[in-house]
Design a protein around this ligand. Sequence first.
Ligand SMILES: [Zn+2]
Length: 264
Amino acid sequence: MQPPLRSLLLICVLAARCGLSSAPVHGEWRDTRTVDVFDIRSEFSLTDARGSSLLAELPRLRRDIETLLGVSADAQPIEVNLFASRRSYQKYLSVRVPEGASRQALYVQGTDRGRVYVHRHAGFEVDIRHECTHALLHNALPYVPMWLDEGLAEYFEVPAHQRATGNPHHSAVRRAMLIHWKPSLPHLENLDDLNSMSGSDYRDSWAWVHYFLHGPQDARQALSNYLYDVRMGNPAGLLSERLAAEAPDSPRRLARHFRDFNSM
Ligand SMILES: [Zn+2]
C-alpha cells in the first residue's frame, strides 16, 4: 500500500541548514489553531465535518500512541501544515525543504519542533496520521530505527477502528503468505535509507509491528523493554536479537500469528 518515497525523515541538522521557521512565504493561512500539542496551519477551512473529525482525531492519536507504547509524546509542539493543493505544497517546500518537495507528504524534525507537511487530496487524512505518528514518536524517543518508525506510522495511519484488523496490509500479508512469505527482521534493521525501502519492506515493517503489538506476550514484552531502554538511553541493541533470545523461530511465529489473526 505504501509508496516507498512517501515520507521523509530529516534530522535537526537539515532543519537548521534549511533555516526553517514558522512564517509563511506564500500568503496567509486560512485556518490556524492549536489542538493539544499540534499547531495547525491550513490553507483551507477546518470548520466542516471532515476538518472537525480530523481535529478530534489528532489528540486521540497522541494518547493512543502513548498508551500503547508506554511513552510520553508531548515534549515539543508539532506544527501541522496543510495545503490546499499539491502545487501549493510543492511551491512552499521548494524554498524550505527542496529535498522533500517531490514527496507525497513530509515530516521534518527541527530543533524547536517537528513539522508535518500534507496537501489535500482524497484520503489525505492517512498522510496526516502517518506523518504525525512520526512526529509523535520523535517527540517521545531519542531515536527510532527506520523500520520501526515506518512500521508504526503504517500501523497508526488508518482510522483507530481499523488498526488491528482493517489495515490494507492485512490483505497484502495474506497474499504474500500464499507464496512463501519470509519477512526478515534483520533485513529491515539493516535498512538505513528511506529510498531503499520497497513496498514489501513497508508491508513487512507493518507486519512486525502488528506482531509486537498484538502477538504473543513475550513479543509485546520485548518491544516494551526495547522502547524503555531507548527512552532511558540504555544500550538497546536490536529487537531481532531480543526476539531470538526469547524464541529462535520468530519468523515462523510471525506467520502463525497472522494465520491465527486472519481466521479470527
Ligand atoms: Zn513514513
